[in-house]
Design a protein around this ligand. Structure first.
Ligand code: SF4
Length: 317
């Protein structure tokens, strides 16, 4: 089973395809082949079908190959201001078992791409030990078909972002790197809808398999969101499950200098407005999307950015 770790030796786990040997050096995701986990918690703030009653058993990995300038998990995805903690593959299995034993609704891997070999290994051992909880892959949409083929061997629910469809917005938000994101995400979604289908819920309304698309509406970039809604409708129809997130918070911004779009730079320094979110929700409603998850706009004191610095392992969020 450990042959899977050979994938780290010439890493092409994400479309960046660095080809580096991560057993020797980190790739552009910032991570070596050593498994770095920031925390594991029971998360009550995901969509109701993911959190359930007791919370989603959420495991946050450090590092990321995509690296958005507004990342809401910037502390652990890029800045790495917290001391890294490393675990073995068997310790990952123990973390999953502990979350399950605490009553987690599922096991939810956040920003999992660059650790897929560990995940495949750990889920197989978790299943062999008799655990049946759904496995949720909480990913960015920046995944190759080869990556997704491997992931579908062990994942039940793809909680997948669809961040950018307009190339200019992708280029700006990704600092001119990874600008093939729009093409990559549409290919990924086409593959997943064919392979695992739309989201399926159990009799208690809990996600058990399939795809749930997430889109974070960004201030000043409503055109990008409207384009995504239209494209989702034409490609997959109005019965897909779609979560429209309004929680954008301008913390830990890492705005590029001289990026050529002052309006976008300024708009990312504020939260979303009712009117911006309303336009996106209205279009989804007008097109007949029936399986929509919506959010209230955050109040000034709301904190949607995870507080990694003072978290407690196996605590509740
Ligand atoms: S996962 Fe990391 S090392 Fe591998 S291709 Fe992507 S950025 Fe490069």
């Amino acid at each position: 089973m450990k042959e899977i770790f050979n994938l780290y030796k010439e890493c092409r786990l994400c479309p960046r395809a660095c080809g580096v040997d991560r057993t020797i050096t980190p790739g552009a995701c910032g991570e070596s082949a050593q498994l770095s986990i920031e925390t594991a918690v029971l998360h009550g703030g995901e969509e109701p079908c993911i959190s359930g009653e007791k919370g989603s058993g959420t495991i946050f990995f450090n590092g990321c190959g995509l690296r958005c300038i507004f990342c809401q998990n910037m502390e652990i995805s890029q800045k790495k201001i917290l001391k890294a903690k490393y675990y073995t593959e068997d310790e990952l299995v123990e973390i999953m078992q502990k979350l399950a034993d605490l009553g987690a609704t599922n096991i939810n891997f956040v920003t999992p791409d660059h650790y897929l070999p560990h995940i495949v290994y750990a889920v197989k051992k978790f299943r062999a030990a008799g655990y049946t909880l759904p496995i949720v892959y909480n990913c960015s949409g920046w995944e190759t078909i080869e990556h997704l083929k491997l992931a579908t061997e062990v994942v039940d629910v793809f909680l997948i972002d669809c961040k950018f469809s307009l190339p200019d917005v992708a280029r700006f938000c990704l600092r001119g790197k990874n600008e093939t994101y729009p093409q990559v995400v549409w290919n990924a979604l086409e593959f997943l809808y064919k392979q695992v289908g739309n989201l399926q819920l159990d009799e208690n309304g809990i996600a058990k398999s399939g795809v749930l698309v997430r889109h974070l509406v960004l201030p000043g970039m409503v055109e990008n969101s409207l384009d995504i809604i239209n494209e989702l409708f034409f490609r997959f129809g109005a019965d897909i499950y779609l979560s429209l997130m309004a929680q954008y918070t301008p913390s830990f911004l890492d705005l590029p200098e001289n990026c050529g779009n002052e309006n976008w730079r300024e708009s990312l320094k504020r939260c979303l407005t009712e009117s911006e979110y309303g336009k996106v929700v209205d279009l989804a409603s007008d097109l007949g999307f029936e399986n929509l998850y919506l959010q209230e706009l955050p109040e000034p004191d709301d904190r949607y950015i995870p507080d990694f610095a003072s978290h407690k392992m196996f605590g509740k969020w």
